[in-house]
Write a protein that binds this ligand. Structure first.
Ligand code: A2H
Length: 253
């Protein structure tokens, strides 16, 4: 678990009050679920935030005074990247599991949805990124498959106390156009390969191979201020803008 390999952008998804039971004592303090992404330019298309119901998470204080929520492993890495007040030390304020903050409202940068919700994804890995994943179903087959599972299966929603309003109004937002695939690449590919669920691993691997490379190398942005620009040309610009605005931080692992 060394520092210095992959660079992720951590998207600060702000938890809205009233806070869930386990975080109530932090009322009036700013709390962010921090989602690790390799595709900061896709944040215009966020529809929800994925967490795993059973993965342990912690809330901890950053050098800025803000509270972050992630796996303990990611927090430790941040403590060695000058993000916590004391080098190598994590100031833990609460211990949770995903389900404790499931179905909660968030405010996320760049997306056109004013409020989005934490929803369950069962394929999240505990040992990668922060354990918190932002969902962009227009461009990520994993995200679209998991969103479809929730939309298609009311018992899956109720199992995790997710209400219809947290899922049904949220649809993929066209943000990137890819030649021959179109502007909802993940949706088109999911349908073409007849993917059945988020556990349809083989087909999802194939879908991701089709969508990711083409999206990055041949994709063109179609959101207003970046319309017509190539994905690879705006990725860094959009990342830096979010960092400057306090909506994101960089993180290595
Ligand atoms: B990406 P890599 Cl639109 N478990 O963000 C499972 N998946 C995780 C994760 C975890 N613990 N942490 C991060 N991820 C996802 C956006 C996106 C992403 C798009 C397209 C492709 C894409 C929206 N979700 O990733 O194993 C996050 O999803 C392509 C690989 O470090 C993160 O970026 O390569 C990506 O996987 C990191 O995966």
């Amino acid at each position: 678990e060394g520092v210095g390999g992959q660079e992720y952008t951590l998207i600060k998804m702000q938890l809205l009050e009233p806070y869930p039971e386990k975080l109530k004592f932090l009322t009036d303090q700013k709390i962010f679920l921090v989602a690790a992404t390799l595709r900061p330019e896709t944040m215009f298309g966020q529809t929800n935030c994925w967490i795993h119901p059973n993965i342990p998470l912690i809330a901890y204080k950053m050098a800025t005074g803000e509270i972050f929520v992630s796996t303990r492993r990611a927090a430790r890495n941040m403590a060695y990247q000058e993000m916590t007040a004391q080098q190598g030390h994590v100031d833990v304020v609460a211990e949770l599991i995903g389900q404790d903050i499931m179905g909660k409202p968030l405010k996320a940068p760049l997306t056109s949805y004013e409020v989005i919700y934490t929803l369950p994804m069962l394929t999240i890995k505990e040992d990668k990124g922060t354990g918190v994943v932002t969902s962009v179903p227009s461009d990520s087959p994993d995200d679209y498959a998991a969103l479809c599972d929730l939309k298609k299966k009311p018992p899956f929603r109720s199992k995790y106390s997710i209400s219809d309003e947290m899922v049904l109004p949220y649809n993929p937002i066209p943000i990137i156009d890819i030649p021959e695939i179109g502007s909802l690449a993940a949706v088109t590919t999911y349908e073409k390969l007849n993917i059945q669920s988020q556990n349809d691993t083989e087909k999802l691997t194939e879908a991701k191979e089709l969508v990711y490379l083409k999206g990055f190398y041949e994709g063109t942005m179609i959101v207003e201020e970046y319309a017509g620009q190539r994905v690879q040309d705006v990725k860094k610009i959009i990342q830096q803008k979010m960092v400057k605005n306090g909506d994101a931080v960089l993180y290595m692992e």
